[in-house]
Design a protein around this ligand. Structure first.
Ligand code: EPU
Length: 342
C-alpha cells in the first residue's frame, strides 16, 4: 500500500518532521519490484532504520522502507559460520541473536542504532571492530537494471564509515541481505578505550560474548543518547586524519590534543575533542552542551548533535556548519560529516 504526504518523523532517529510525497514499506523482493513498477521514473529513496540521515526538506518522490526480515545460518565449516540477515532486521536484535547462538565477531557492535541493511553502507564500527572485519558478501537489487548483484568485500570498497553505496553507487542499489562470516570460537577485542575498565567494574572474571556485549552497552549508554528518548544520529562527523607534521605543529600550540597513530603518514584526531575545545562566536562556553532552539550539541559527547524536540533539519545542519567552521578556524582541520544529508 502506498501512502501520500506522510510524516517521516517516526522513521528517522533525529526525529525530523518532513513529509514523503509517496511512502510504502516492502518485505519481499517481489513487493519491491511491484512498487518500483507503479511509479516508473519517480525518484526513489530507500530508508532503513533512518539512523544515519538528516532530513532537511520534504522528499518529493517515493520513500521505500526496507522491511526484509529473516536470519539464517547458511553454511558452516571448522572455524566459521556464515549467517545471512535480511536488510530490515534491527541491527542490535541481530547482534543479540548471534550472541545467543555463540556466533562471535559483532559483540563490540552492540547497540548501534539502525538496521542490518545500513551496516555495510556505512561500514559501521565501534570499540575496535568494523563491519568489514566480519563481512562476507551481500545481495543488492539494482533499481534501474532490475537485477540482483552480489557484492564481495572488495566490491564494497570499504573505508572508514565508507563504502561504494555511499559514494559512486549512491541511490542505485537496494541492499536486500547481508552475509557475515562469524567465528565459532571468539577472539575478543577489549583494548579500545574503556572496554577493559568497564569489564573490571562489572566484576567479569572470564570473558564471554555476553559480558563483552554488556560492557559495550554500558559504555554506550553512559555517553551516547538513546535515539528513542532524544533525537540523534550518533557521531555527526568523522574523526579527521591529518599528516604527522601538521599534528606536531598543532601539539606545539595545543599540547593536550589527543592523537592516535593511523596508517602511513597519518594520525587520527578525535573530532569530539576538537569540538569540545571550540565555542560559538562571541561565547566563552564550549559547543559541548550548547543549545540553539531545539538543536544542540550533546553534553556528554560533543561529536553527537541532538534534536531536543522540534528542531528542523536545516537548524541542525546550520549548527553543524557553525561547529565545523569554528574547528577549521581554530585548528585548521576540516571536519567531514558522517551523517547523510537529504
Ligand atoms: N572526546 C572529547 N570530548 C568529547 C568526545 C570525545 O575530548 O566530547 C575525545 C576523548 O579524547 C576521547 C576520544 O575523543 O577519548 C574518543 O571518544 P570516544 O571513544 O567516545 O569515540 P569517538 O571517536 O568520539 C568513535 C565513533 C563512534 C564509536 C566510538 C567508539 C566515529 C565518527 N565515531 O567516536 O561511532 O561508537 O568511536 O568506538 O568514528 C557513530 O559512528 O555514530 C558512532 C557513535
Amino acid at each position: 500500500m502506498i501512502s501520500e504526504n506522510i510524516s517521516l518523523k517516526p522513521y528517522n532517529t533525529f526525529g525530523i518532521d518532513v513529509k514523503a510525497r509517496f511512502f510504502s514499506a516492502f518485505s519481499k523482493l517481489t513487493e519491491l519490484e511491484e512498487l518500483l513498477a507503479i511509479y516508473p521514473g519517480t525518484s526513489v529513496f530507500i530508508l532503513g532504520g533512518g539512523s544515519n540521515i538528516l532530513f532537511t526538506r520534504d522528499v518529493n518522490g517515493l520513500v521505500l522502507k526496507n522491511g526484509i526480515m529473516g536470519i539464517e545460518l547458511m553454511h558452516e565449516d571448522g572455524d566459521n559460520v556464515y549467517v545471512k540477515a535480511g536488510a530490515g532486521e534491527n541491527w542490535h536484535r541481530f547482534v543479540l541473536h548471534c550472541i545467543n547462538n555463540n556466533w562471535a565477531g559483532i559483540e563490540n557492535l552492540s547497540l548501534i542504532p539502525g538496521n542490518v541493511g545500513a551496516s555495510p553502507m556505512q561500514n559501521i564500527g565501534a570499540y575496535g571492530v568494523e563491519l568489514q572485519d566480519v563481512f562476507h558478501c551481500l545481495e543488492a537489487f539494482h533499481i534501474i537494471e532490475k537485477r540482483i548483484i552480489t557484492f564481495t568485500s572488495t566490491d564494497c570498497e570499504f573505508g572508514y564509515r565508507e563504502s561504494v553505496f555511499k559514494r559512486k553507487y549512491k541511490n542505485q542499489f537496494i541492499i536486500l541481505n547481508v552475509i557475515l562470516k562469524l567465528r565459532k570460537r571468539p577472539v575478543f577485542h577489549i583494548d579500545y578505550g574503556s572496554v577493559k575498565q568497564e569489564l573490571e567494574n562489572m566484576g567479569v572474571k572470564e570473558l564471554n560474548l555476553r559480558s563483552v556485549s554488556q560492557a559495550i552497552i554500558n559504555i554506550r549508554n553512559s555517553k551516547l543518547p538513546d535515539p528513542g528518548l532524544l533525537g540523534n544520529a550518533g557521531s555527526f562527523f568523522k574523526n579527521p586524519f591529518i599528516r604527522k607534521s601538521q599534528a606536531s605543529k598543532l601539539k606545539e600550540k595545543f599540547p593536550d590534543i589527543p592523537t592516535y597513530t593511523a596508517h602511513d603518514d597519518l594520525v587520527k584526531i578525535p573530532a569530539g575533542w576538537l569540538i569540545e575545545h571550540c565555542n560559538p562566536v562571541n561565547a566563552t562556553q564550549s559547543w559541548k552542551g550548547f543549545r540553539r532552539g531545539d538543536a544542540g550539541c550533546y553534553p556528554k559527547q560533543a561529536l553527537v548533535l541532538v534534536n531536543y524536540g522540534k528542531a528542523t533539519g536545516a537548524e541542525i545542519l546550520q549548527l553543524s556548519d557553525d561547529i565545523a567552521r569554528s574547528v577549521r578556524n581554530k585548528f585548521g582541520i576540516v571536519l567531514e560529516r558522517e551523517v547523510n544529508i537529504a
